[in-house]
Design a protein around this ligand. Structure first.
Ligand code: NAD
Length: 551
């Protein structure tokens, strides 16, 4: 028997199934879609995004998961342990078809060195958030959150628009690549530092980034001209953020907003200064401790420069990659002088159960997404910012892999959208079923003290019961696949989070499941924030009848 190895993977399209039901066909297509070369950052290594976030542990596991999903019955559940299929159990038709646990380690063992030791023995894999839970939809997946975040920055500091402002950031990977488009959608100018030219050019090819400059002088000239003219523009400069940010500070370039989305959560995925791009992965594999020290030293210099811009009056925030924590380990004393983006801009939305609702058309037909876009506009006619987003996304977002859409919806809204999509599948308005899921980065599904649960009102930042309850309630409510991961976003030892995906196949049973899952899942966000004492969440719970026994 030959050992399975890399091969091009692309999700099936259309209405002919190879799996026994749409519930399992959907999981199969989304699993494959995560590894589509148009979607994944390094498909040959099974890496989808976010440093080393993988869809399957190895190619043998890939083939076995594919096989099992193809033969799985409607009363069976596949168990996936860190990217490897480990069992099939008899369950029932309301049970998830797949249950996934990725990268989980017992507390005292939850460190990168121990994780890597176990990974090198072939015992685990890093699942990030939507990589190992098969609901990554390309850079669009983070685009609206990024757009909303920059809109909140604009509202807080610049009268509602980023017009005439310059934002400096780094990292143009799977998620970070959303930044330039989110900034120009808010009418601003973006200067993005990226060390790998291929990543920057990929963002131009997918229309997330406007231009790649020849060098730093050229980049500064282009962005300053655009800022002066009040013209939206995004420019990448190829270089190491630990060198370029201090240099921009030294030159006194006037920057209005500073953030970062290099893969700082994993010191082996952040290139230290003085290390060549070509030596990166070999060096990290050969001498992980030395590489980690050098990466942390560089992150300390990078964050020192961010603090320099803060002192000069810029709006500065950590965009969920743990760079403050790593820089602190590298000796940057003031690393936590600037806040994370959740307490700074997003928490009020979490209190309403609002978060990233996403769906993908299993038909592969962009017309299906256009029809769901219209359905969203009809369902929520009074929500102007949602309407603006849906229109902009329709015009400016290039699909990667299966056509998909994201928009942030709250408690009391998500199930209405899901039920409408299910009706559209049943009536033939959509040509095939759709999957409805979300990022793990949501209102009630994460414990992550450097990100989603930073600075909670009651100090409960590190309490991780909430994501576990979230996964259990989604399992009990009829989700099609449910996942519990550790370490996504901010790295090993720093987060525990859960995800769910539910299939709208047009059947009445799917409708019942959708109504429960898409009510209870954001409901977790409301009760999480009621419990932590947020008055905005209490108001939502009262107004929308969310039952919280001891409030
Ligand atoms: P990725 O690994 O696909 O991309 C990271 C990019 O950073 C790469 O292109 C890499 O070349 C570049 N890079 C690394 N070191 C650099 C350096 N010193 N200077 C300049 N560029 C450098 O990761 P991603 O999916 O884009 O995610 C980025 C980070 O954001 C991760 O830490 C991830 O966990 C986090 N994240 C945040 C959110 C959020 O909502 N804010 C969501 C998902 C992920």
């Amino acid at each position: 028997m030959t050992t399975p190895g890399p091969r091009p993977v692309r999700a099936a399209r259309g209405t002919a199934r190879t799996a026994k039901s749409w519930q399992t066909e959907a999981a199969l297509r989304m699993f494959h879609n995560n590894l589509d070369p148009d979607v994944a950052e390094r498909p040959d290594d099974l890496v989808v995004y976010g440093g080393t976030g993988r869809a399957a542990r190895d190619w043998g596991s890939f083939e076995a998961i594919t096989r099992e999903l193809t033969t799985l019955s409607e009363d069976e559940t596949l168990l996936v342990q860190s990217g490897k299929p480990v069992g099939v159990m008899r369950t029932h038709e309301w049970a998830p078809r797949v249950l996934i646990a990725n990268s989980n380690l017992v507390g005292d063992w939850a460190t990168w060195p121990e994780f890597r030791r176990l990974e090198s023995l072939g015992l685990t894999m890093y699942g990030q958030m939507t990589a190992g839970s098969w609901i990554y939809i390309g850079t669009q997946g983070i685009l609206q959150g990024t757009y909303e975040t920059f809109a909140a920055v604009a509202a807080k500091r610049f009268g509602g628009s980023l017009k005439g402002t310059l934002t400096l950031t780094a990292g143009l990977g799977g998620m970070g690549g959303a930044q330039p488009l989110a900034i120009t959608m808010n009418e601003g100018v973006a200067l993005c530092v990226e060390v790998d030219p291929a990543r920057a050019h990929r963002r131009v090819a997918t229309r997330y980034l406007d231009e790649v400059a020849d060098d730093l002088d050229d980049a500064v000239r282009r962005v300053e001209q655009a800022k002066q003219a009040g013209r939206a523009l995004s420019v990448a400069v190829i270089g190491n953020a630990a060198e370029v940010l201090p240099e921009l500070l030294r030159r006194g370039v006037e920057i209005d907003v500073v953030t970062d989305q290099t893969s700082a959560h994993d010191p082996l995925a952040y290139l230290p200064k003085g290390v060549g791009l070509d030596d990166w992965h070999d060096y990290a594999a050969r001498k992980p401790d030395e590489f980690t020290d050098r990466a942390r030293d560089s992150m300390a210099e990078h964050v020192d420069a961010m603090i320099g811009f803060l002192d000069a009056g810029a709006e500065v925030f950590d965009y969920g990659n743990s760079i403050r924590g790593e820089a602190k380990l590298g000796g940057c004393e003031r690393a936590f002088d600037f806040p994370g983006f959740v307490p700074a801009y997003i928490r009020p939305m979490f209190c309403e159960g609002r978060g990233p609702f996403r769906w993908a058309a299993l038909s592969g037909d962009p017309a299906d997404i256009a029809a769901t876009d219209r359905a969203i506009l009809d369902l929520f006619p009074d929500n102007d910012s949602l309407a603006r987003w849906i229109r902009l996304a329709g015009e400016r977002v290039a699909f990667q892999g299966l056509p998909a859409r994201i928009c942030w919806l709250g408690y009391g809204e998500r199930h209405l959208a899901g039920l409408r999509f299910n009706e559209m599948v049943a009536s033939g308005e959509l040509s095939a079923p759709v999957v409805i899921g979300r990022d793990h980065l949501d209102c009630g599904s994460v414990a992550s003290p450097y990100r989603e649960t930073e600075a909670m009102a009651d100090g409960s930042d590190a309490i991780a019961d909430w994501p576990l309850l979230n996964a259990m309630v989604n399992t009990a409510s009829g989700a099609s696949w449910v996942s519990i991961h550790h370490g996504g976003g901010v790295g090993i030892g720093r987060s525990i989070h859960a995800g769910q995906v539910t299939v709208a196949d047009g059947t009445p049973l799917a409708g019942q499941k959708i109504e429960r899952v898409l009510t209870n899942d954001p409901g977790m966000g409301v009760i999480r924030h009621v419990d932590a004492g947020y008055p905005e969440a209490v108001e939502v719970a009262d107004a929308r009848d969310v039952r919280v026994p001891m409030r």
